[in-house]
Design a protein around this ligand. Structure first.
Ligand code: NAD
Length: 310
């Protein structure tokens, strides 16, 4: 039987895992959080939506309890925990030569880090517009709808891309196969690298950030740095498009009322994904001889805040 594991079964892992399970597939959740795993195994994962609350019966285990191999392994830890997770599963012999390893984490460079463990031909990248929240151990809040775009990380065609796309669509996840997933990855990473650190450092909701009448003067130079790095890596995104994408998030009718996930993480006392957003952009910039003082500064400022909150 086709065997699927979701490694990192928090908000997003829980959403993707339960939707695929409900579509009739064999799915295991893999996580480190004891209380969460126990609750899932005892009662199922509780899903609260806009209209109902119900439980999905699904197996959860720790990496140390894994004793099977997977055809599809979806990594949905936070970015800073992904390398440890993939290494732990590799050590458990959960990854075979044909395993497709896919991630839809936010941030940049996941394929390069995964390639330290498995061949690049096994790595698939996805970008998702789905969202999810955790209400507590074993309890998800699933609102709204979304999409997924995916491609093998090296751009090569592969029967497994179709296979994964079909699974996602059977699970109602609105998936398409991309012919250049890096454009969407960098577009989302640009949005996140502007809104996440600025709202976190300034302690503002997205709409409050945009209410400042010269907000564009502040965000445009930051976007220009990111676009210069993306373009040097042959990812064709444009500053004007990115400015408009970010400004479209300001109204209350879109994301204006929300604090970005980095702000939420910090206020829950958790480390942020800053090193995989602005930090990774600064790292790429250094390698390419492109100066990224704004991204470097924001990375340090968020790390300073982590010292106070985490
Ligand atoms: P999450 O914090 O819900 O879960 C990540 C991991 O942290 C899981 O292993 C989870 O079990 C663990 N965890 C969560 N709360 C914990 C607690 N109180 N104690 C101990 N462990 C705990 O993260 P997420 O939101 O699912 O994000 C996973 C990845 O997906 C990230 O890269 C994120 O940026 C990306 N993403 C998230 C969303 C979203 O709406 N949540 C949307 C798109 C992309």
């Amino acid at each position: 039987m086709y065997n699927i594991a979701i490694a990192g079964a928090g908000a997003m892992g829980g959403r993707i895992g339960t939707q695929i399970k409900e579509a009739g597939y064999n799915v295991t959740l893999i996580d480190y959080w004891d209380e969460h795993i126990k609750k899932i195994n005892d009662d199922g994962l509780e899903i609260k939506t806009e209209t109902s609350t119900y439980n999905v019966s699904i197996t959860a285990k720790k990496p140390s309890e894994v004793n099977e191999q997977y055809d599809l392994l979806i990594i949905l830890t936070k970015a800073m925990d992904a390398s440890a997770m993939i290494n732990a599963l590799y050590d458990r012999d959960a990854i075979k030569a044909s395993t497709a390893i896919l991630t839809m984490m936010n941030g940049l460079g996941h394929d390069e880090r995964f390639a330290e463990v498995v061949p690049k031909s096994q790595i698939f990248l996805a970008v998702t517009m789905w969202t999810a929240g955790l209400r507590g151990p074993g309890q998800l809040l699933l609102e709204g709808s979304g999409t997924i775009e995916l491609q093998r990380a090296d751009g090569e065609a592969d029967y497994r891309t179709e296979e994964i796309n079909n699974i996602f669509n059977k699970a109602g996840l609105n998936s398409v196969i991309s012919d250049n997933v890096f454009i969407s990855i960098w577009s989302k990473a640009t949005l996140n690298s502007v809104l996440n650190p600025l709202c976190t450092i300034l302690d503002k909701r997205i709409g409050e950030l945009g209410a400042y009448d010269r907000a564009r003067d502040m965000i445009q130079p930051l976007i220009e740095e990111i676009v210069a790095v993306a373009n040097a890596r042959n990812v064709d995104i444009k500053t004007d498009d990115m400015v408009h994408k970010i400004e479209a998030a300001y109204p209350e009718s879109t994301q204006g009322l929300h604090y970005p996930s980095m702000h939420q993480d910090l206020h829950k006392g958790r480390l942020t994904e800053i090193d995989f957003l602005n930090g990774q952009i600064a790292k790429y910039g250094k390698d390419l001889n492109i100066s990224t003082p704004l991204n470097t500064m924001l990375t340090h400022q968020v790390h300073e805040l982590e010292l106070d909150y985490v």
